[in-house]
Design a protein around this ligand. Structure first.
Ligand code: SF4
Length: 894
C-alpha cells in the first residue's frame, strides 16, 4: 500500500456510484489537494474531472453553520427539542404514518442506518424514502423479482474481462467516468472487445461504441424480449443452467413470443440489420456484460426493462462468472449503502423484506424495538403527494432538494408550503428546501463526515474526515440519534461514534442469517474503533468466520428466492403512450459531465463551470428548422406541469421529436432552468421510480429582443431579465442573459450592478449593439456585451478579463472591439477542464495533423490528466474527419 504522511487522508469521492478512492492532502495554507488513491480497487488512482476538482469545493461560502428556528439562530438543544416535540405530537394525534423522513443517497450508511431504525423500529412507520428512489429503485425491484434479493451479481472487473459490453441507457463516459476509463483501457488491451451502446441519444459514450442503437425512448423491453427469443431460436441458451438454477422460463418465452425483427424494428425505430447484428453479437459472445443505469431505471417501465435484460443473462447462464452478467450502476455515491440498511420505504434493514413476518421478527428482536413497521411506507412521489394533501404533519428532509429534483417540482414546493412542520438538515444555505424549513439543521459535509459508503460493485469504503466540523455543523447520524433520545428511545441510540453504528449494522446483517440472505458483513460486527478507522475497501458478503473474498453471485444458482431458483420474469412490451398534438416532443433529462446534482458543490469550482455554463436543450436540426429555432436561440420547453427557458443546442445527437435538457440548474444559477418542474410525476408501478426521461412537452422559440453576456466581479442580484444563467469564474461571475422587451442597454447594465465614474461605452442603436465596461481603482468591475441576436464574443477571453493585471489600458480597446487581440485567438468552449483547452484549439491541432486523442494530448495536454474529456475529443476528431463541423456543439451551450 502506498505510504501517505499524516497530512493526507484516505477517503472516498462523494459523487457518483463508481466510488473512487481519494487521497486528500491538507496544506499549511489551509488548502486541500486531492489525488486518486492508487490502492483503491475501484479507480486504481484515477479520478474524473469532478473528483479532481474536489479540493476547490471545500470553502465555507454558502454553508449553514448554526441551527435555526423560523429563520433565527438557535442552538441544537432547543431546535431538537422542538423537532422531537412536533414529531411526537403528530404521532400522538394522527398516528405514526403522519410523519416522514426524506433522505438521500449522499448520506453515509451509518446516517441511513440510524434514520431507518428510528422510523421503522421506534416510530413504527415505514415513511422513510430517499432520493435514491429517483436513481435505481427499478433495479432494486427487478433484482428482487429475479433473484429474490437486491443483489448486484458482478464486479467492475467484469467489464474489463468481457468480450462484449452492452451499455443500456448509460452514458458511462459522463456519468461514471472512471468506470468508462477502465473500459477504454481494457479495450486498448483487448481490441477484439466489442461495445454496444443502446441509448436514444448519441452520447459521449458512443465515441467508443462499435454499434449505437438509438432506439425510441422506452422501447427497451421490445428489444430485449426479442433478444431472448433470438437466443432461443439461435440455440444460444444454456439449457443446463436454465434447468438446474431457474424457474418460469417457458412462461416467459410465451410472453416474449417469436423473434420478429420487423415488429421489433417498428416498435423501437431501429434498423432491422442493426437489431440483427446486435442479436448475433450477443448470441456468439459468451463473455457478455450488460451495464444499465438511469436510462433503464428512470422509466414507468423501468422494472420490466431490468427484468427483460436479466432474462437474457439467466437464459444464457452468463451471470456471476468473470466477464459476464447484468450490471446495474448506481448514480449516487451511496445508493447501495442506503439499500443495505433498508433506507427505502418498501424495504427493511439488512436487505430484509418488510412484507416478510420472519424478517420483521429478526429485525425487531435485534433492535429490541417496541414496534416494527409492517407495511410499506410512501415512496418519494407519493410521499410528497401525501404532504400536499395534508396527510404528513411533520417531515424531515435530509441532504436533498426535492423542490429541484423530484418531478413536478413546482408542485413539491406547493406541498411543502402547506406542510405544518418541515425540518431541513443541510450543508448549503442556497439549497432549494431552505426557504421551506421551520427548523434548519447544519449538517457535516464531505471532508468532515465519518462513515462508510458502498459503490455499485458492492464495495464498502470509508469516507473519512480531514477537516474539523465548522460552526455547529453535526453529522446526520448524530442528529437522528439525538432526536431519538429526545423522543424517549435513547437507550437504543446511544452511539459514541460512527464505528459503533457500523458494528451494529454489521451484526444485524449476520443475525440469524446462515446464508439465507445475500447481505452479510457479520465479519465486522466486532470491529474495533482503530480497525474501523483504517478499514480498507472490501466487497460484501463477508460473513462471520469466513475468509475475506471478492466474489460474484449466482454462477451456480444459490438465488435468494423461496426455492433458491432464479426467476425469469415475463414482461410484456407496452408501447409508450402516443404523442399528442399539444405535446409533440418527448423530454429526456440527465446529467452533464462536470456537474453534480443541483450544483451546490460543483459550482464552487470555476473550471467545472467552464465546460457547460448554462442550461440547454438539445434539439434535432430538422425540428429546429421547422420551428425556426437557430443555434443559441432561447427556447421554452413546456409541459402541463411547468416550463423552462434554456439555450438551444441544435444537434443531431438527439432523435427527431426528442429533446434533452440537463437536470442540474436551479433558481440559484438560472432564471427558469429547473427542468424537473416540467417532468411529469408518473412512476413505475413496481418500483415507484419516476419516468424522468419521458415527458410529453411542447417546444417553441422564445422571441428575445436582446441578448447579453457579461463578466462581473460581484454576483449580480435580482437579475431583471427573462432569461439569465450565472456561473462562477476565476475572479467573479459570467452571465448570459436575454429579454423579450426592447432593450435599454444602459438601464440593463445598471440593473446588473454597473456603477462608478470610470467607464467606457460604445453603442450602435441601429444594429442593437452595445459594449460597456466599468473600473474601480483600475480594477475591471464588469464588462457587458449586448446585441440583437446571440452574443458573438469569446467567452474564454471575456472571462479572462477579470483576472487581468490592474491598469492595463489595452483592455479598453479590446472590450470596445469585443474581441481578443489577434495574437490570442479564441480557444472556443472548454472541452478539457483540467488544462482549460477549448474546442477551437483541438480543431486547429487536428487540422495540423494531430489525428488521435493521444496526439491531441501530446500537442495540447488535453485529456492527459483526469481523462474525462477524451470521449469528447474523439467525437470532435470524428466530426472533423466526417467534415460535420456543425455538430461540434458543446460550444453552443458553453
Ligand atoms: Fe468521483 Fe468521478 Fe470517481 Fe465518480 S468517477 S466516484 S465522480 S472521481
Amino acid at each position: 500500500m502506498t505510504d501517505i504522511d499524516k497530512t493526507t487522508t484516505r477517503t472516498t469521492c462523494p459523487y457518483c456510484g463508481v466510488g473512487c478512492g481519494v487521497l486528500a492532502t491538507r496544506h499549511g495554507d489551509g488548502t486541500v489537494t486531492v489525488a486518486g488513491d492508487p490502492d483503491h480497487p475501484a479507480n486504481f488512482g484515477r479520478l474524473c474531472s469532478k473528483g479532481s476538482a474536489l479540493g476547490e469545493t471545500l470553502s465555507l461560502e454558502d454553508r449553514l453553520l448554526h441551527p435555526e428556528i423560523a429563520g433565527r439562530r438557535s442552538d441544537w438543544d432547543t431546535a431538537l427539542d422542538l423537532v422531537a416535540g412536533k414529531f411526537t405530537e403528530a404521532i400522538d394525534d394522527h398516528g405514526p404514518d403522519s410523519v416522514a423522513f426524506y433522505v438521500s443517497g449522499q448520506i453515509l450508511t451509518e446516517d441511513y442506518y440510524v434514520a431507518n431504525k428510528l422510523m421503522k423500529g421506534f416510530i413504527g412507520s415505514a415513511n422513510i424514502d430517499t432520493n435514491s428512489r429517483l436513481c435505481m429503485a427499478s433495479s432494486v425491484a427487478g433484482h428482487r423479482r429475479a433473484f429474490g434479493s437486491d443483489t448486484v451479481p458482478g464486479t467492475y472487473e467484469d467489464l474489463e474481462l468481457a468480450d462484449l459490453v452492452v451499455l443500456v441507457g448509460s452514458n458511462l463516459a459522463w456519468c461514471h467516468p472512471v468506470l468508462f476509463q477502465r473500459l477504454e483501457a481494457a479495450r486498448a488491451v483487448n481490441p477484439a472487445m466489442r461495445i454496444v451502446v443502446i441509448d436514444p441519444r448519441r452520447t459521449a459514450t458512443c465515441a467508443i461504441a462499435d454499434l449505437h442503437l438509438a432506439l425510441k425512448p422506452d422501447t427497451d423491453v421490445a428489444l430485449f424480449n426479442g433478444l431472448l427469443s433470438f437466443l432461443v431460436e439461435s440455440k444460444s441458451i444454456n439449457k443446463n443452467y436454465i434447468k438446474r438454477f431457474t424457474e418460469n422460463f417457458h412462461k416467459t418465452l410465451e410472453v416474449s413470443g417469436p423473434c420478429e425483427i420487423g415488429a421489433i424494428a417498428e416498435a423501437s425505430g431501429l434498423e432491422r440489420q442493426d437489431i440483427a447484428l446486435f442479436y448475433k453479437m450477443v448470441a456468439r459472445t459468451e463473455k457478455t456484460v450488460t451495464v444499465y443505469s438511469q436510462g433503464v431505471n428512470q422509466s414507468v417501465a423501468g422494472t420490466d426493462k431490468v427484468n427483460a435484460i436479466i432474462n437474457t443473462h439467466l437464459a444464457t447462464g452468463r451471470i456471476g462468472r468473470p466477464g459476464m452478467g447484468p450490471f446495474s450502476v448506481t448514480g449516487q455515491p451511496n445508493a447501495m449503502g442506503g439499500r443495505e440498511v433498508g433506507g427505502l420505504a418498501n424495504m427493511l434493514a439488512g436487505h430484509m423484506e418488510l412484507g416478510n413476518p420472519h424478517h420483521r421478527r429478526i429485525v425487531q428482536d435485534f433492535w429490541q424495538s417496541p414496534v416494527i413497521a409492517d407495511r410499506p411506507g410512501l415512496k418519494a412521489v407519493d410521499l410528497f403527494k401525501a404532504v400536499g394533501a395534508g396527510r404528513i404533519k411533520a417531515l424531515w428532509i435530509m441532504a436533498t432538494s426535492p423542490v429541484d429534483s423530484l418531478p413536478d417540482a413546482d408542485g413539491i414546493a406547493e406541498a411543502l408550503k402547506v406542510c405544518p412542520f418541515v425540518v431541513v438538515s443541510e450543508v448549503s444555505r442556497s439549497a432549494g428546501t431552505v426557504p421551506f424549513a421551520d427548523v434548519l439543521l447544519p449538517a457535516a459535509s464531505w471532508g468532515e463526515k465519518d462513515g462508510t459508503v458502498t459503490n455499485s460493485e458492492r464495495r464498502i469504503s470509508r469516507q473519512k474526515p480531514f477537516l474539523a466540523l465548522p460552526g455547529e455543523a453535526r453529522p446526520d447520524w448524530w442528529q437522528m440519534s439525538e432526536m431519538a433520545r429526545k423522543m424517549g428511545f435513547g437507550k437504543r441510540f446511544s452511539y459514541r461514534n460512527a464505528a459503533a453504528i457500523f458494528r451494529e449494522h454489521a451484526a444485524l446483517s449476520g443475525f440469524r442469517n446462515g446464508g439465507t440472505r445475500d447481505f452479510d458483513i457479520g465479519a465486522y460486527k466486532d470491529i474495533s474503533d482503530a480497525h474501523y478507522d483504517s478499514l480498507q475497501p472490501f466487497q460484501w458478503p463477508q460473513a462471520a468466520r469466513s475468509a475475506a473474498a471478492e466474489t460474484r453471485f449466482f454462477a451456480d444458482g444459490g438465488f435468494f428466492t423461496d426455492g433458491r431458483k432464479g426467476r425469469f420474469v415475463p414482461v410484456a412490451f407496452q408501447a409508450p403512450r402516443k404523442r399528442e398534438r399539444t405535446w409533440p416532443f418527448i423530454l429526456n433529462t440527465g446529467r452533464v459531465r462536470d456537474q453534480w446534482h443541483m450544483m451546490t458543490r460543483t459550482a464552487k469550482a470555476p473550471r467545472l463551470m467552464a465546460h457547460i455554463a448554462e442550461p440547454f436543450a438539445e434539439i434535432h436540426p430538422e425540428d429546429a428548422g421547422r420551428l425556426a429555432i437557430a443555434a443559441a436561440d432561447i427556447v421554452e420547453v413546456k409541459s402541463q406541469h411547468g416550463s423552462v427557458l434554456v439555450r438551444a443546442l441544435v444537434t443531431s445527437r438527439v432523435r427527431r421529436g426528442e429533446i434533452y435538457v440537463p437536470m442540474h440548474w436551479t433558481d440559484r444559477f438560472a432564471a427558469r432552468g429547473r427542468v424537473d418542474a416540467v417532468v411529469a410525476p408518473e412512476t413505475d408501478p413496481h418500483s415507484g421510480q419516476p419516468g424522468l426521461k419521458f415527458t410529453p412537452v411542447a417546444l417553441a422559440r422564445a422571441d428575445m429582443a436582446w441578448f447579453g453576456f457579461a463578466v462581473l466581479k460581484e454576483r449580480p442580484e435580482g437579475i431583471d431579465a427573462d432569461y439569465w444563467a450565472l456561473a462562477p469564474v476565476d475572479g467573479g461571475y459570467r452571465l448570459e442573459c436575454a429579454g423579450r422587451n426592447r432593450a435599454d442597454f444602459q438601464a440593463i447594465a445598471v440593473s446588473l450592478g454597473a456603477s462608478g465614474e470610470d467607464r467606457i461605452r460604445i453603442e450602435d442603436t441601429v444594429a442593437g449593439l452595445s459594449r460597456q465596461a466599468y473600473w474601480q481603482d483600475d480594477l475591471l468591475q464588469a464588462a457587458f456585451f449586448f446585441s440583437a441576436g446571440p452574443v458573438q464574443v469569446s467567452r474564454q477571453w471575456a472571462c479572462g478579463l477579470l483576472a487581468a493585471t490592474p491598469g492595463r489600458k489595452d483592455l479598453r480597446a479590446q472590450i470596445l472591439a469585443g474581441r481578443a487581440p489577434a495574437d490570442r485567438p479564441d480557444c472556443g468552449a472548454i472541452v478539457c477542464s483540467c488544462f482549460q483547452v477549448g474546442c477551437n484549439q483541438i480543431t486547429e491541432a487536428a487540422l495540423r495533423g494531430a489525428d488521435s486523442v493521444a496526439a491531441i494530448g501530446e500537442s495540447l495536454q488535453a485529456g492527459t490528466n483526469c481523462g474525462s474529456c477524451r470521449s469528447e475529443i474523439r467525437a470532435l476528431l470524428d466530426d472533423i474527419t466526417r467534415d460535420t463541423s456543425n455538430d461540434s456543439d458543446i460550444a453552443q451551450a458553453g
